[in-house]
Design a protein around this ligand. Sequence first.
Ligand code: CP3
Length: 363
Amino acid sequence: MAISDPASQDAGSILEGSRFIRACLRKPVDRTPVWFLRQAGRYMQEYREVRKHHTLIEICKKPELAAEVTITAAERLGVDAAIIFADLLLPLEPMGLDFEFQAGEGPVVHRPVRTPEDVKALRTDRAGDLAYVALAIEKVAGHFKDRLGIIGFCGAPYTLASYMIEGGGSRNYIETKKLMYGSPMAWSSLLDKLVAVLTEYCRLQVQAGADVIQIFDSWVGSLSLADYRDFAFDASRRLVRAVQAMGVPVIYFGVETAGLLAQMAETGADVIGLDWRQPLDVGWRAVGHSHAVQGNLDPITLFAPPEILTQRVHEVLRAAAGRPGHIFNLGHGIVPGTPVENVEAVVKMVHEFRLEEGLGTRE
Ligand code: CP3
């Protein structure tokens, strides 16, 4: 069950509170809120300028820079929410794992977790070292006040465990599944440790002003439904509940999750992020209408000519059918090389869309 049932509350004015947060709680909105996964990144000239002088980790660790990058992207695009500039892997460092981003290779963990002893050595008492993310959120919240929703985020236990074990991205998740199947005690201890650290990390972000927390289970689609249920679901559920107890809604996102959606919704997350591989209405039905959904344009559609882009954006909006609780987004992150003007155009399309018109004369 989602934390807030709008039917049992005074929905108030349709403009009261941020449009984005209202949609997370399935309250009616004047128009569909929109933001983009990876909205601050290399596709944007302003970000590339900052990256000329600083590494990714430097930007993350300097609140001034992280806030600047977050604010610049949200303002340039005119979106309804700003996601704090950080990276999924930051919590690995206070847990005792060093990593770096190698050009063209993505993240590399120097000494990946492979044995029960490695799990035992991981620390859970230093989440406070991530306070630099909270400082950046404070700056962003101070800048936007209540104008935009501020999104804090973290990785889900399974997805972070997979990075810790594989040492980076993976095609088949062999080492992850070897530990999961072969050392179930170590596996559950690893997920417990992650839940402990991530809960404290999210608490820092909420206290600093995050209105919503998104939990990225980006690689959960590598699991069968049975394995998700037996080896990953419970840790995600505990993290979702712990964050909701801090008083903010939770968005739970994964990729290639068509077969997992109903179970993911059982975590109780307020919003489920949908990838683009099935129509939004089909995904929403699988999730259940007592949850909000976020998505689900294919990010590569942003390279399409205007007619196709418009058609696909309208298809997503029509599939939501005006039901309260839809946040427009991509089905995964914006990729480098995406034309910024197409992203801006999508914001405009979503903001101008009215269901009656979309059904009739607009196309
Ligand atoms: O506006 C935003 O959304 C940016 C903030 C952000 C970053 N990483 C900065 C970043 C967010 C939300 C993330 C989350 C993240 N990081 C995820 C989950 C999101 C998803 O796509 O599912 C994951 C899996 C990571 C781990 C990660 N970080 C990878 C795999 C890579 C390499 C990607 C590549 O194409 O090189 C990164 C690097 C990274 N994190 C970049 C940015 C802007 C690009 C690299 C750079 O600027 O040097």
